[in-house]
Ligand binder design. Sequence first.
Ligand code: NAG
Length: 324
Amino acid sequence: MVSLQFDGISGKLFLLNMAFLVMQVISAFMLVSIVFIPIGVVSLFASRDVVEIIDRYETACVPDGYKNDKVTFIQSNLTKQCNRTLTVKKRMKKPIYVYYQLDNFYQNHRRYVKSRSDSQLKENSSWDDVSSCKPEDTSNGQPIVPCGLIAWSLFNDTYNFSLNDQQLAVNKKGISWKSDRDSKFGKDVFPKNFQNGTLKGGATLNPSIPLSEQEDLIVWMRTAALPTFRKLYGKIEQDLQPNDQIHVTLDNNYNTYSFNGKKKLVLSTTSWLGGKNDFLGIAYLTVGGLCFFLALSFTVVYLVKPRRLGDPSYLSWNRNPGGH
Ligand SMILES: *[C@@H]1O[C@H](CO)[C@@H](O)[C@H](O)[C@H]1NC(C)=O
C-alpha cells in the first residue's frame, strides 16, 4: 500500500511549496498582462494618429443614364474622366501615400498567379520564354513582354490632384520594392508586343522605358494575397491642412464592373507602426485583459476557497477506507 505522510516539518514545507507554485502561476498571468496592455494601448494610439481619406468612386463616376448598365458604359467611347473632391479633416503630414484599393479582385487565383514568366523579366534573359504565360503569351505569333494575365490586366485608372488651383505633385518614383527593381525586373528588358491584341486588359506600357523603371507594373505584379487590397500609386510630398479641398481629376478606365469590384482612392499618412490598423492593438489588449482577468480570478479563488494542495484525503484509495 502507498502511504503518504504530511506531518511535521516536511509536510509544512510541501504545502508552502504548493502555495509558491500557485503564486507563480498568478504572477505569470499578471506579468503577461502588465506587458501586453501598455503595448496594446500604444499601438491603438499610433493607429489613431494615422489620417486616412477614402473615396469610393466606381459607381459615382458612372453617368446617371448608365447606372444600371455600367459595363456598357466602361466599354463605350464616352469620356471616362471624373471629378471628385476630397476634404481633409485632420492635418496630414508628408509623405502622404496615395493608394488605389480594389475589392473583390482575386489576384490570388491559381491560374492568374501563375500566368507570368519571371525568367523573361530578369536582366540578360531570353525574352521569348513565354511558355508559362498562356493565354497571353504571344501576339500575332510574336512573344509578348511582359507576358501573362497579370501584366495584361495592369490597372489603368489615373489620378491628378490639385489644391487651390495648383497642381499637387505625385511622386511615382520609389513606390515599388527596391529588390524587385534591382533583381526581378531587368534594366535591359523593354516592353514588346504588349497590349496589342483586340481585347485590352488594362494599361499600356511605354516601349522605350525598361521594365525596371515601370514601377506601376512592378507594384501590380507583386500579387495581393487577399481579394481586397491596396496598391501604392504614388506619394504626395507636401503637408495638407484641415479643411483643404483636394480636387481629383481621375480617369475611370479600369473595368471592375463585370465582376462587381469596387474601386477606392485612398490617401493615408503613416505612423511609426505603419498604416492604419487597429487589429494589433486590439489583439494585445484582448490577450492582456484575459490574462489580467485570469490572474484576478485565480487570486480570488485562492483566497476565498483555498484547496489544501497535497491533501492525501483526496486520493481515491484514501477516500474508500475499505479499499484494501
Ligand atoms: C483600361 O483597361 C480596360 C480594361 O479594364 C480597357 O478596356 C481599357 O481600354 C483601358 N483603357 C486605357 C485608356 O488604357
